[in-house]
Design a protein around this ligand. Structure first.
Ligand code: OGA
Ligand code: MN
Length: 200
């Protein structure tokens, strides 16, 4: 665990992003997937929009997922994942002085054929978002399923890395520096995406 945490810290320090595969154990992942299923059955997921405030709109072609923003109470029902993310936050602060303060997150489900066009995670009104964290929750994912996260690499963003949304893969990146997109998949695609926030 500590060694993966250290790898994430050194990746962020040198590259600004990190992709790891075994940060969470199976039972923590199972608990979060089960929670997502329960939320789905309870109708908690809503069509995701783009923009903030008066510019907010639903545009399925640009962003086709359904999301469930997790309240602190909902986070507390599957504590393992979130406790470990909190420890990661403390570790990043200790080692890199990132000044991470809060965490906000949603579960996101993409139906087959939907994706999320290239964007930054720091639109106006979200300036506190310092670090994006995405955890994938899809068993038996293979290359033919598509649904890659495409992360464009600074400084000129002409090259990119594609990440398969396989169960347990964790992607962390500096929100301000990396435009990214979700390529359409052929299967339902589930992820947890959260942001470590700077102090208001
Ligand atoms: C987002 C996002 C990436 C993914 O929700 O802002 O870019 O792979 N998600 O789910
Ligand atoms: Mn994003």
């Amino acid at each position: 665990m500590n060694s993966i945490r250290n790898k994430i810290v050194s990746d962020i320090d040198t590259e600004g992003y990190s992709i790891t595969h075994n940060f969470f154990n199976d039972s923590a992942l199972e608990a979060l997937m089960a929670r997502s299923d329960t939320g789905l059955a309870q109708g908690r997921f809503r069509e995701a929009g783009i923009g903030t405030g008066s510019l907010y709109q639903i545009q399925e072609k640009i962003r086709g997922d359904h999301i469930w923003w997790l309240s602190p109470d909902e986070v507390a029902t599957t504590p393992d994942i979130f406790l470990q993310l909190d420890q990661l936050k403390d570790h990043l602060n200790r080692k890199l002085y990132l000044g991470l303060f809060d965490f906000e997150s949603h579960l996101a489900r993409y139906k087959p054929g939907s994706g999320y066009e290239r964007h930054y995670d720091r639109p106006k009104g979200s300036a506190r978002r310092k670090l994006t964290v995405t955890l994938y929750l899809n068993k038996d994912w293979s290359a033919e399923c598509g649904g890659y996260l495409r992360l464009y690499l600074p400084p000129n963003c002409e090259t990119f890395v594609d990440v398969e949304p396989r169960l347990g893969t964790l992607v962390v990146f500096l929100s301000e520096l990396f435009p990214h997109e979700v390529l359409p998949s052929n299967r339902d695609r589930l992820s947890l995406t959260g942001w470590f926030l700077e102090r208001a």
